[in-house]
Structures are given as structure tokens and as C-alpha cells.
Write a protein that binds this ligand. Structure first.
Ligand code: SAM
Length: 213
């Protein structure tokens, strides 16, 4: 979903470049330098306004998190929320996360989160879905051998497509829920902004999968 341009966003981002990266290629193999401590790296692609990744960074101080978002106005809002109470283990990146293998090196990442990714419902747009095989190849390049993808959505069509796409790619499923909020895992679940908005209308689907080594 496209968001209206916010005039304050660009100067705000430029002012806070210690927390947001605008030239991700220059950190190839050096992402740990952006953090106070070297620790496992988890990346969210399509981080939106940052609710999930900001809470995750607070909940798991022994993990370094990176939130990637394509839209300047959206990531500026995430950055502004984060700066209300910043933690040393979260960085944002303004870029297209589909190209992760252009700015992360092989096996650099432990986990990739895809939360409420745009569904691109038309068949002719299937290649744009962040769970389509072209993107899975990029994720495989940068994930550790036993690294995981965690995917949540409220969109049944996208979930079914993603199950098929991961399965056809030869991935191994670690966890599948057709109603996350009614499962025992709900207790540990960190909600995204879309999840909070849409869960009253129906179930939240979740899967966790890894590439076979
Ligand atoms: N993850 C958030 C949540 O669950 O509330 C936001 C979900 S919103 C439907 C999808 C977000 O992904 C949008 O902010 C969009 O700009 C972003 N996005 C879509 N494709 C992307 C890509 N290739 N790289 C980075 N961000 C992307």
C-alpha cells in the first residue's frame, strides 16, 4: 500500500543516520559494525511503521535486528517511534528488501521475518509476492544453513500460495498455524500493526520454515 509523502520524512531520516542506513551495499559483510555488540542478526522485510521490530528488539536484547522498508514516509514513522526509547540492537534500512542478497553476504542472517506482506492478488503479479521463488532464492543466499523464515498474514490466499511456494522450493516446515491467536504460541507472539488491526476480523496464519541444507 502506497502512503502519501510526508515532507518531514526525508530531512528526519537524514538527521538520524546513526539508526538508519540509506546505502546498504556499503555495509556488505559489515552489518555488525552498526551495532553495539556482535550478536545473531534477524531481519524483517517490509517493516512498516516498526511496531513489531521495535518490540522484538526490546524483548530480545541478545539479538541484533534490522527493519527493512521500501517507503520513506513509512520508515520515517518507524524511526520516530523507535527514537522515543531507542535500544542499541535495532537498525533500519530504507531499501527494497527483495534484493537482500545484494547487501548481505552468504549465511549472515539467522532469521527473516515477513509480516503481512503485500498480497499482490492478481496471478500476473505473483512474482512480486515476497514469498515467491525468486525472493526465496535471495533469502536462501543470505540465511545461515539452519536459518528460518517466519511468515505471518491474515490473507488466506497469500498464505496458501506461500505454503505451496515454500514446499515447491523444497523447504522444511517447522511450524504452521491456521489460527495463531488461538494457539499456545500466542502467548509469545509479538503483534505487528496490521495484525492488531486485522485480527478481530479473522484468523492470523503463521508458518516457520527453513531451507534444507
Ligand atoms: N509488516 C508491517 C505489519 O505487519 O504491520 C507492515 C505490513 S504492510 C501490508 C507491507 C509493508 O511492506 C509496506 O510498508 C510496504 O511498503 C513494505 N514492502 C513491500 N515490499 C517491500 C520490499 N520489497 N522491501 C521492503 N519493504 C517492502
Amino acid at each position: 500500500m502506497r502512503v502519501r509523502k510526508k515532507p518531514w520524512a526525508e530531512p528526519y531520516i537524514k538527521e538520524h543516520q546513526e539508526y538508519i542506513v540509506l546505502d546498504p551495499q556499503s555495509y556488505l559483510g559489515k552489518w555488525q559494525d552498526r551495532f553495539a555488540k556482535k550478536q545473531p542478526l534477524h531481519v524483517e522485510i517490509g517493516t512498516g511503521k516498526g511496531q513489531f521490530i521495535i518490540q522484538m528488539a526490546k524483548k530480545y536484547p541478545d539479538v541484533n535486528f534490522i527493519g527493512i522498508e521500501l517507503q520513506e514516509s513509512v520508515i520515517a514513522t518507524a524511526l520516530r517511534s523507535f527514537l522515543e526509547d531507542p535500544t542499541p540492537n535495532l537498525q533500519f534500512v530504507l531499501t527494497d528488501g527483495g534484493d537482500v542478497n545484494e547487501f548481505f553476504t552468504a549465511h549472515e542472517i539467522e532469521k527473516i521475518y515477513l509480516n503481512f506482506s503485500d498480497p499482490w492478488p492478481k496471478t500476473r503479479h505473483a512474482k512480486r509476492r515476497l514469498t515467491s521463488p525468486g525472493f526465496l532464492k535471495s533469502y536462501q543466499d543470505v540465511l545461515k544453513t539452519d536459518g528460518e523464515i517466519e511468515f505471518k498474514t491474515d490473507n488466506r490466499g497469500l498464505f496458501e500460495y506461500s505454503l505451496g511456494s515454500f514446499n515447491n522450493y523444497g523447504m522444511q516446515f517447522e511450524y504452521v498455524s491456521l489460527d495463531l491467536h488461538k494457539s499456545p504460541e500466542a502467548e509469545d507472539n509479538v503483534e505487528t500493526e496490521y495484525e492488531q488491526k486485522f485480527s478481530p476480523q479473522g484468523p492470523i496464519y503463521k508458518l516457520v520454515a527453513k531451507f534444507n541444507s
